[in-house]
Design a protein around this ligand. Structure first.
Ligand SMILES: *[C@@H]1O[C@H](CO)[C@@H](O)[C@H](O)[C@H]1NC(C)=O
Ligand SMILES: *[C@@H]1O[C@H](CO)[C@@H](O)[C@H](O)[C@H]1NC(C)=O
Ligand SMILES: *[C@@H]1O[C@H](CO)[C@@H](O)[C@H](O)[C@H]1NC(C)=O
Ligand SMILES: *[C@@H]1O[C@H](CO)[C@@H](O)[C@H](O)[C@H]1NC(C)=O
Ligand SMILES: *[C@@H]1O[C@H](CO)[C@@H](O)[C@H](O)[C@H]1NC(C)=O
Length: 300
């Protein structure tokens, strides 16, 4: 006479971001580490003009509700004596942002099961005239940059994102602009796909990968001379991804036999931490009303 029982086993991989946190998870409580929603990149760049209102979001799933700390340029953000800054449940609000608010903002969310970061590079730009006062576009001579302050030396973007390099120039006669990726000239007539030249003054590069991290140069030329500017692109590809795992697989065994479940980590960019959970039913259901599964941690 056989005895049938369904045993549901899940293998959970917790990215072990901090060994301190991992060592405290030996309690038999259940929960989930903080994590950003899918499609929410861990790194973002934001450029705003002075004076507007700005909200840096930091939403994370997790159980229990993760605790939030904001950092600016590596230091804990002080909001007490700054009435333009306000930390809400899932965001940081900056009213009337100023140039000095520019910097790296990091939101750290943590509970006893782990942590998650959401980082922003914020650039607040002073509203300058489109053409620098000292630039006379009508003057006959070599090309000039309309606003030298607009030209960044380097730009960082997460992989998969796109970037827009802009070289606003003027001169008389009107200069022509050519773009280079490294030493290679981009032929704007056949540009398309990866590189797009927009209104001559912009070069857009899409679907960034590490290979695109190089120098980009614009050269503006007329019969009186030429000017150029080189941008350096950095592609940040340190985006936390879910590890890819194989297993465990469903197995049918006879009563009293041993069974072995395997869980192999195929790909992970951090040292993973593996947890085994045993699911159980309450009133015939594997989940409670919040759709959280009923589980016992059987091995941490
Ligand atoms: C986010 O910022 C924190 C603190 O500056 C840093 O430790 C972490 O590596 C950053 N994460 C990413 C993905 O850049
Ligand atoms: C740009 O202008 C210069 C000088 O007028 C000329 O020699 C050059 O061939 C032009 N280049 C393109 C790509 O039109
Ligand atoms: C850019 O200009 C400098 C001189 O100002 C010149 O040495 C360099 O070759 C130029 N680069 C390109 C790509 O034209
Ligand atoms: C294993 O069994 C469970 C419960 O019957 C089912 O939901 C799941 O899809 C099965 N998994 C595989 C890989 O067959
Ligand atoms: C399970 O069902 C019993 C009887 O219907 C009920 O009293 C109990 O609250 C239920 N438990 C849960 C966790 O839903």
């Amino acid at each position: 006479m056989g005895y049938i029982q369904t045993l549901v086993i899940t293998c959970i991989i917790v990215l072990n971001l901090s060994s301190e946190i991992a060592s405290t998870t030996t309690t038999k409580s259940t929960g989930a580490p903080p994590r950003l929603r899918e499609n929410d990149p861990t790194v973002e760049s934001i450029k705003v003009k002075e004076g507007s209102k700005l909200k840096l979001r930091c939403r994370a799933l997790g159980n229990p509700r993760p605790y939030t700390v904001w950092y600016k340029d590596g230091e804990r953000l002080k909001t007490r004596n700054n009435d333009r800054l306000k930390v809400n449940k899932n965001s940081l609000l900056i009213t009337q942002p100023r140039e000095e608010d520019s910097g790296q903002y990091s939101c750290h969310r943590e509970n006893q099961f782990g942590e998650a970061w959401k980082n922003y590079t914020l650039i607040v730009k002073n509203e300058k005239p489109i053409v620098d006062k000292n630039v006379d576009c009508e003057k006959v001579g070599p090309p000039q940059f309309k606003d030298k302050g607009e030209l960044n030396e380097w730009i960082a973007r997460p992989s998969q994102a796109s970037v827009d390099f802009k070289c606003s120039v003027c001169g008389s006669p009107e200069p022509n602009i050519t773009w280079y990726v490294g030493d290679r000239q981009i032929n704007s007539a056949v540009s398309g796909g990866k590189y797009k030249v927009k209104r001559k003054i912009s070069l857009v590069v899409e679907g960034l990968t590490k290979k695109d991290a190089t120098e980009y140069t614009c050269v503006a030329q007329n019969e009186h001379g030429f000017i150029n500017h080189t941008f350096e692109l950095k592609v940040i590809d340190r985006v936390l991804t879910k590890p890819v795992i194989h297993g465990p697989v469903n197995q049918t065994v006879t009563y009293m036999d041993d069974v072995k479940f395997e869980c192999k980590v195929v790909m992970s960019d951090l040292q993973p931490h593996i947890q085994w959970l045993k699911h159980y039913q309450v009133n015939g259901s594997f989940e409670n009303e919040n759709e959280d599964p009923y589980v016992h941690i059987i091995q941490v």
